[in-house]
Write a protein that binds this ligand. Structure first.
Ligand code: SF4
Length: 460
């Protein structure tokens, strides 16, 4: 047996590196649960792993470049350690498929966004077909086919440690076709899980001690619109929220990422009715210019968005609103950008994720004339960030001295003596306390802030 094949005598250890959004995190979690159930061990670090899987993002070119560089690095290690198994999962794998295998010889596995539940089978196959001659193992497994019902496969949770919060995937795909976005191509058409399945998953999480769930979907507040009817004025999404509200032990409900057009009267009413629905919405704006919104194929105007913000704030006092904005979309003039800047200053978002437009293959916007120079995108990005940070600093100062409820999620990542939690408005709060408060809802008086992170003392 070659020395690097010694690990075949025991169950291999896996490591999953995840890029991108919370849906990718949740999908990676599901793969990890299935691999553990199959007897694979979770490696303590990438360096200790016999199998390294990269769950990829395709939303921006930079995310793809990072994943490709990471894989180049792993393939370098594979030259010294031929038994190492490496693979891509997720959005870039879906959009580039077999092209990745051609680009990166000795890649073992490429699986798309509807195939997470097949990863364990494919790893079993890769291992089973290995003999002492590692060089015979070069043909990768590539599977990026569509699969009916794949939205129902992201449903298990590790719950190996005491856990205060969990993500729950409720739908996959998107039919909106915004002109800049590759997601409809990487995640497919909208498909939703049955409401009863989601409720029983949430009930099991609550029984295991989880206090807060975040519902996930590419266009989460359009959940079920293709599958189920509106009942008594409530969309399937609000029907789900009202059903989740009744679960004993569950204290907080969040959802991401919604589309502004999905906020109809019934969802606004849910913010008035449901105690567990947290005071935070993510409301992607993308641009403050109607001309650019039309070119982006966003189905709202600046005026409609502005009214929606007012309606949401009226329905839910203390609501925090965060947003996404793209600067440098093709054809964006300085006047368009200034309109965005003015709207951001007017609406006073709690935070805004600002992205420089990145052309994605196969999307209509990539072929539009008037592509904006990178230097201009950069200037607009920096300028808008300064506006957003300035507002956030003012908002943060207003929280000083106030007592707020936080759900403690665990030890702070930067300092083990501290614990980290979130307010209902999704602000991160760090506390120092002798007792382990993980999973508890505690009142905290805010004493300090560094704009997006707050510090405070637990009230007893
Ligand atoms: S709604 Fe969101 S995920 Fe769907 S196409 Fe538009 S930006 Fe992409």
């Amino acid at each position: 047996m070659p020395p690097d094949a010694l690990w075949l005598a025991r169950m291999p250890a896996f490591f999953i590196k995840t890029y991108g959004c919370q849906m990718n995190e949740r999908d990676s979690e599901q793969v990890a649960v299935e691999l553990r159930a199959r007897g694979y061990a979770a490696a303590a670090s990438e360096a200790d792993a016999d199998i390294v899987l990269i769950n990829t993002c395709a939303v921006r070119d930079m995310a793809e470049q990072k994943a490709l560089a990471k894989m180049q690095n792993l393939l370098g290690r594979k030259r010294r350690q031929p038994a190492l198994i490496v693979g891509f999962m997720g959005c870039m794998a879906q959009s580039r498929g077999g092209e990745l295998a051609a680009l990166l010889p000795r890649l073992d596995l490429v699986t798309g966004t509807q195939k997470y539940h097949k990863v364990a089978d494919y790893l079993d196959q890769l291992i089973a077909r290995r003999g002492p001659d590692m060089d015979s193992l070069r043909a990768p497994i590539v599977d990026i086919a569509e699969e009916a019902g794949s939205q129902n496969t992201i449903k298990d949770h590790p719950l190996t440690v005491r856990q205060a919060t969990a993500f729950v995937s409720i739908m996959q795909g998107c039919d909106m076709r915004c002109s800049f976005c590759i997601v409809p191509a990487t995640r497919g058409a909208e498909r939703s899980r049955p409401l009863a399945d989601i409720v029983s998953e949430a009930r099991a999480l609550a029984a295991a001690g989880v206090k807060e769930i975040t519902l996930l979907g590419q266009i989460v507040n359009q959940y079920g619109r293709r599958e189920w009817p509106i009942v008594s004025g409530r969309s399937p999404f609000t029907q789900l929220l009202y059903a989740l509200e009744k679960i004993d032990g569950l204290e907080r409900i969040r959802f991401t990422s919604p589309h502004p057009v999905g906020y109809r009267r019934d969802l606004l009413q849910a913010f008035r009715d449901l105690r567990k629905l947290c005071e935070h919405v993510h409301l992607p704006l993308q641009s403050g210019s109607d001309r650019i919104l039309r070119a982006m194929r966003r189905a709202y105007t600046v005026d409609r968005y502005r009214r929606l913000v007012a309606e949401l704030r009226a329905a839910c006092p203390g609501l925090a609103i965060t947003t996404d904005i793209i600067v440098g979309f093709p054809g964006e003039t300085d006047a368009d950008y200034q309109a965005t800047r003015r709207l951001v200053a007017e609406l006073r978002f709690d935070n805004a994720y600002i992205f420089r437009y990145s052309p994605r293959r196969g999307t209509p916007a990539a072929a539009l004339p008037g592509q904006v120079a990178e230097t201009d995108k950069d200037l607009r990005n920096k300028d808008l960030l300064a506006v957003v940070d300035g507002i956030a600093r003012q908002n943060a100062a207003a929280l000083l001295g106030q007592t707020v409820e936080i759900l403690v999620e665990g030890r702070s990542r930067t300092k083990a003596t501290r614990q980290s939690g979130r307010t209902r408005a999704n602000k991160i709060v760090i506390v120092s306390d002798a007792a382990d408060l993980t999973g508890q809802l505690v009142p905290v008086t805010i004493s300090d802030t560094s704009t997006y992170t707050f510090y405070g003392e637990v009230r007893r």
